[in-house]
Design a binder for this molecule. Structure first.
Ligand SMILES: NC(=O)c1ccc[n+]([C@@H]2O[C@H](COP(=O)([O-])OP(=O)(O)OC[C@H]3O[C@@H](n4cnc5c(N)ncnc54)[C@H](OP(=O)(O)O)[C@@H]3O)[C@@H](O)[C@H]2O)c1
Length: 243
């Protein structure tokens, strides 16, 4: 039996196990299983890696960075972002990939218009790094909006003036604000100044329409949530494990 799985903590609401188990049933893939491996600390990964049938792992919060010392090889995206969410195990060697980048790029592209040439990224965590990588690749200028004082490329919510919102027509939420059960939260910005030329992308997918997206939609902006990204990153993992 080929074993695949997800490491992270906690994993009670994880999407991947259900997704792959249903995929294996639907596609009559009978020699594969997908398991959850909730790890209280990254050292426990050694026990998971001792499983002789293990072919691949997905990695989620809080281990996307901490897993890197366990890799024998990293692809260029992992090197650039410092985050790995997919590991392929072949002949005892572990190679790291970042399929969030692929999922984000493919899901965003269909919504992009020529005027979406400047973006604001809310949050500066692991997902924000995948978003940054894609925006650089697509030649879209960007600023991070953060609660912390940052670099030249980062402003605070306080510094996010109306003119900046009017110039940046692509808004990407990579914070957990608005995620179930805290559905009444959203990034603290002047939503009244959004327009039909804005596109709002929320990486959160539960609920389907977060408060961030509702507020954008009320101003005529186009919106999308993170569900398609989630599907695309899962399929990209499967492709990598089988190539
Ligand atoms: N759709 C998908 O496929 C997909 C993939 C990856 C992640 N996600 C989602 O994206 C979100 C972020 O994931 P992540 O791995 O990047 O998490 P993370 O590493 O914890 O980063 C989240 C960032 O959000 C900001 N933040 C956290 N709490 C906040 C608060 N109360 N108010 C304002 N900002 C806050 C922080 O940035 P500052 O400290 O700079 O403010 C933090 O760095 C999660 O909801 C996750 O489920 C979705």
């Amino acid at each position: 039996m080929k074993v695949y799985g997800l490491i992270g903590y906690p994993l009670s609401h994880s999407f991947s196990k259900k997704y792959f188990t249903e995929k294996f049933q639907r596609e009559t893939i009978t020699d594969c299983v997908y398991e959850n491996f909730p790890l209280e600390n990254i050292e426990q990964l050694k026990e998971v890696l001792a499983n002789p049938g293990l072919q691949g792992l997905n990695v989620t919060i809080p281990y996307k960075e901490q897993v890197i010392p366990f890799l024998n090889e990293q692809n260029d995206v992992v090197k650039a972002t410092g985050a790995c969410n997919c590991i392929k195990i072949e002949k005892g060697k572990r190679k790291g990939f970042n399929t969030d980048v692929v999922g984000f790029e493919k899901s965003l592209k269909q919504f992009l218009q020529p005027h979406h040439n400047k973006a604001l990224i809310f949050g500066t965590g692991g997902a924000a790094k995948a978003v940054e990588y894609v925006l650089q690749k697509l030649g879209i200028d960007y600023l991070f909006v953060s609660r912390k004082k940052g670099t030249a490329k980062t402003i605070s919510y306080h510094e996010l003036k109306v003119e900046i919102l009017q110039q940046h027509l692509l808004l990407i939420n990579t914070t957990p604000l608005g995620m179930y059960p805290k559905v009444d939260e959203c990034p603290d910005i002047a939503y009244d100044y959004l327009t039909p030329r804005h596109h709002l992308y929320d990486l959160v997918y539960n609920p389907e329409k977060t408060l961030f997206l509702q507020k954008g939609e009320a101003k005529g902006a186009t919106i999308q949530n993170g569900y398609e990204m989630l599907l695309l990153q899962a399929e990209e993992s499967w492709r990598i494990w089988n190539e």
